[in-house]
Design a protein. Structure first.
Length: 568
């Protein structure tokens, strides 16, 4: 098969250095094409698209940014939707208003993924760092990145969907093939006789026939069972808040256990690109952020128990008992609840019947490839829905965002609204909700209703992704732990008048009505539903745990810590 192409377009004066760096480092694995003519570049992109050949990366010099370069980027998105797009900028030019505005506008409108500094020396490792990042993102979008798990099933629904969902919740790269497809038959041939569908082939060649979720976690190197039954702190939930607490707890010497009924990341894995998280100017996917946080906590010594639900929480003396779904118990001096929240259901019977067969209560990250060239709909008006629409636009022929509110800006960040407006194959329909739908074993149409007028409309649809608000996972908690009407946990000052607080001292900032049990992230009443806020609360919860332990030692007449480890 032809190797994927790297295309660079810039003025002759700068093209020589760019071509030298690209050819010296990447020509063995990619076809490097460099030109100073935007027309020639467009003709090349069109020819490669017509021939079914891949383009991994397109770099365009800032001097061509408007109007020629901008038009070229738009054509790249149409002809090669998975290709990464970078704006080439000379060192120091970002301080000039025209260049800065070109970068801001191009990113806001989704024309580029990021800007790239033109090479200055040879080799220019800063330039290559940017190029390698682009190429890794491209392989991940194409599901050909290193260590990708391959899944084969007879259809998209049923157990095959459950396997993909489990891998997604564990933030594990994976690709899915129908058993009757060319790729599926090739994978089945390698699996050998006796393989049972759905099956998984791991990067090391191991074949798993219709594995359980726990077998998936074990085979992929994830922790299953805690090695001990006594810890300083048990964290329930491995989303951003729980992982943050694990990093700070383990790094500060606490024996830490994290328990989650799925894998890592929580609802963050539904975000295909988080652009407003501190320290990641290019943005980062929720799955990648979760992977890095998990690795960081693990290196510090945190323990993890995945594929375990927590079914009970009680007190025995000065210890807290956490009951797991297999009836085992672990104990801790403190517990942090970071169970997050789940997206609400539509409760439309016709659509509930097609869950997993065109209707999905998750982000499009797992199902995006199935939407290639098709019409997809997303229900929701918050940031996660906007991020999902932008991700899905790289695959689907058309993406329609359905929003009950009268404007998109009511619940979504301005930068996302701006980028959605600049994405040509994304349509936003406000004051609209799905009320029905159906198809022959799979979603084929939707019935939409205008909220204000009640007017109905039937539209063709191949996929529906529902991201419509959160329901906290708190049903399993004992009655002593106070909640608001929606089930979110009350903490700190919100417990001032609650009769369930049993001590004379006031509860600390994130402490629930059960002393020694803290809540952080989306599960907490009044929390800001953002990844950065959840991470912050996770770290604060650990600081409060340290203070609690210090107070306990003081009360027991034992020496106290000279200094509580500061937040780093």
């Amino acid at each position: 098969m032809p190797v994927p192409a790297l295309l660079a377009v810039d003025a002759d004066s700068a093209l020589g250095d760019i071509e030298r760096e690209l050819r010296s480092r990447y020509e063995g694995d990619y076809r490097v094409i460099c030109t100073s003519s935007p027309d020639e570049a467009l003709a090349t992109l069109t020819r490669l698209s017509d021939a079914g050949e891949e383009v991994a990366l397109v770099l365009v010099g800032q001097g061509l940014s408007e109007p020629t370069g901008g038009e070229l980027f738009e054509r790249v998105r149409q002809l090669h939707p998975h290709a990464r797009r970078g704006l080439l900028v000379a060192w120091g030019e970002w301080g000039h208003r025209p260049t800065a505005e070109a970068i801001f506008d191009s990113m806001a409108l989704g024309r580029i993924d990021y800007y790239v500094l033109k090479p200055a020396v040879s080799p220019d490792e800063l330039f290559h760092q940017a190029i390698c990042s682009f190429l890794l993102e491209w392989t991940q979008a194409r599901r050909i990145a290193p260590h990708t798990i391959r899944v084969v099933g007879e259809d998209w629904a049923g157990r095959a969907h459950e396997l993909r969902d489990a891998l997604q919740r564990c933030a594990i790269p994976h690709a899915f093939y129908l058993s009757g497809s060319t790729e599926g038959r090739s994978v089945l041939a390698k699996a050998g006789p006796g393989a049972k569908l759905p099956l998984m082939i791991l990067p090391d060649g191991q074949v798993l026939s219709d594995p359980t979720n726990r077998e998936i976690a074990y085979a992929t190197g994830s922790s299953i069972d805690p090695e001990r039954d006594e810890f300083d702190v048990v964290i329930v939930g491995a989303g951003p808040a729980g992982l943050s607490a694990a990093v700070y707890g383990a790094s500060e010497g606490l024996d830490t256990l994290v328990v989650d009924e799925g894998g890592i990341g929580g609802q963050a894995t539904s975000s295909s690109l988080i652009r407003n998280y501190l320290g990641f100017p290019r943005g980062i996917s929720g799955s990648r952020l979760a992977q890095q946080c998990y690795q960081q906590a693990w290196v510090f010594g945190a323990n993890f128990a995945f594929m375990h639900a927590v079914t009970g929480l009680s007190r025995l003396g000065d210890r807290l008992l956490v009951t797991l779904s297999d009836d085992r118990r672990v104990s801790a001096r403190a517990v942090i609840l970071a169970t997050g929240a789940a997206y609400r259901r539509l409760r439309v019977p016709a659509l509930e019947a097609l869950s997993g067969a065109g209707v999905f209560y998750t982000s499009p990250a797992t199902e995006a490839h199935a939407m290639a060239g098709k019409d997809a709909y997303i229900v929701g008006g918050a940031n996660s829905a906007g991020q999902a629409a932008l991700h899905l636009a790289d695959y689907a022929r058309r993406v329609t965002l359905l929003v009950r509110a009268e404007s998109l800006g009511a619940g979504m960040s301005h930068y996302l609204v701006h980028e959605l407006e600049g994405t040509p194959n994304v349509e936003v329909r406000v004051d609209t909700e799905p009320v029905g739908g159906g198809g022959d074993g799979r979603l084929q149409y939707l019935e939409l209703r205008k909220c204000a007028t009640g007017e109905h409309e039937t539209v063709a649809a191949d996929g529906l992704f529902v991201l419509i608000g959160a329901r906290p996972r708190t049903d399993w908690l004992p009655e002593e732990i106070a909640r608001d009407r929606q089930g979110f946990l009350l903490t700190g000052a919100d417990l001032a008048d609650d009769h369930r607080w049993p001590l004379e001292r006031r509860p600390s900032l994130l402490e629930t009505s059960m002393p020694g049990i803290f809540a952080s992230g989306d599960v907490r009443h009044g929390s800001v539903k953002r990844v950065a806020s959840a991470v912050g609360e996770g770290s604060i919860a650990i600081q409060l745990v340290h203070s609690l332990f210090a107070a306990d030692r003081l009360e027991a007449g034992r020496p106290t810590m000279e200094e509580v480890p500061p937040l780093q």
